[in-house]
Design a protein around this ligand. Structure first.
Ligand code: AHG
Ligand code: MN
Ligand code: MN
Length: 348
């Protein structure tokens, strides 16, 4: 009789493709020398809420008949739109976990103080991104940023806890509810992507250490707004056409960003006449994706500076956003700065 030792993983790496998200988070905790595990727990809370939102997303087409098969609960949530439901789900998960003291959400006018005396973290979240796509069965997402509060734990929440620059993020990520559901996040040590396995109810590492291509051939912009763009932006778009780049724009930032991150490309949402500061929100859209972009070797700017260095002044503040492959973002940034008679090259 021959007995062989089990050799599960030739590489010796603890986090190879197929590792569950929970296990990965646990293994990665050692990246933070004095970590007490709270950030890890917070990431798990977000993952759990995203599984629930994923479930709601999958049956969004049934929402109008939800009451008919007994979906009513005391809050009457079946009548609510998915973005409101997603907000409720994330609020609940984050308040129950105990690690978070305050939340900034696209769905809430004010900062929500969770009255949690031991919470060290502040979360900014877009619970449901791409909401115009819900009713038409197109990919949507969730975007989140995590900050450490600046004032002592247990004291009242102050402006400085909330209005932090993107460079202060300790973690950020997004969930894409698409043909597969994926969770992609960073804690400042590279970017990793996990794919959800429905039947097992688990996220598995599927995209370890994502590296964005340095350049690409995709541009993503709402070209219907072309006539409202600055001449430098119009020139860039013309250049994309001359080079026969592919135009790809779904209208869900998470989905457009994710595709460009993997394939190489640029997403732009510049200032328009209607939205002179752009449309996208700094605290819960641009900052998280900018952190992920930079961690994967891509770039994110507002046309003048790194997104991550913008000093926030209001909760729901908007910013123009140019995000994606490094060379492409550098190119449009140079065109913008040249047109405006400013510095020529931009590097971070
Ligand atoms: P949200 O659904 O959270 O309000 O975000 C929508 C955003 C973003 O996801 C998308 O890229 C952009 O708005 C689309 O805007 P336009 O319809 O103006 O192109
Ligand atoms: Mn959004
Ligand atoms: Mn939203």
């Amino acid at each position: 009789m021959k007995i062989l030792p089990y050799q599960p993983d030739q590489s010796g790496l603890a986090y190879t493709v197929g590792t569950t998200l929970d296990r990965f988070i646990k293994l990665k905790q050692s990246d933070f020398p004095y970590a007490s595990g709270e950030l890890s727990q917070l990431l798990r809370d977000i993952a759990l809420a995203s599984k629930i939102v994923n479930r709601e997303t999958n049956r969004a087409g049934l929402s109008s008949i939800g009451g008919a098969f007994g979906q009513t609960n005391v809050q009457g949530e079946e009548q609510q739109k998915l973005d409101v439901i997603a907000n409720i789900r994330f609020m609940r998960a984050l308040s129950k976990g105990g690690e978070v003291c305050a939340i900034v959400s696209e769905e809430e006018d004010a900062v929500i103080d969770l009255q949690n005396k031991s919470g060290k973290y502040v979360v900014a979240i877009d619970p449901l991104d791409g909401s115009s796509n819900i009713d038409v069965n197109i990919s949507i997402g969730t975007i989140f940023s995590i900050y450490r509060r600046k004032t002592p734990v247990g004291s009242p929440i102050l402006k400085e806890d909330i209005m932090q620059k993107g460079t202060e993020q300790v973690a950020a990520g997004y969930v894409l509810y698409g043909s597969s559901t994926m969770l992609v996040y960073t804690t400042g040590f590279g970017v990793n992507g996990f794919t959800y396995e429905n039947s097992l109810g688990e996220f598995f590492l599927s995209h370890p250490d994502i590296q964005a291509p340095k350049t690409g051939q995709i541009y993503s912009v709402n070209e219907g707004l072309y006539n409202d763009f600055d001449p430098s932006i119009r020139s860039y778009i013309e250049e994309c056409k001359t080079r026969k780049y592919s135009a790809r724009y779904i209208g869900s930032l998470v989905a457009d960003f994710h595709r460009n991150l993997l394939k190489g490309g640029i997403y732009l949402y510049p200032a328009t006449k209607k939205n002179p500061s752009g449309k996208l929100r700094l605290l819960y859209e641009a900052n998280a994706l900018a952190f992920i972009a930079e961690q994967s070797g891509a770039m994110a700017v507002d046309g003048k500076q790194r997104i991550l260095e913008i000093e926030p002044t209001s909760l729901h503040q908007r910013t123009p956003l140019f995000i994606g492959s490094e060379q492409m973002v550098n190119e449009i940034q140079s065109m913008i700065l040249n047109t405006n008679g400013q510095i020529k090259e931009y590097h971070h």
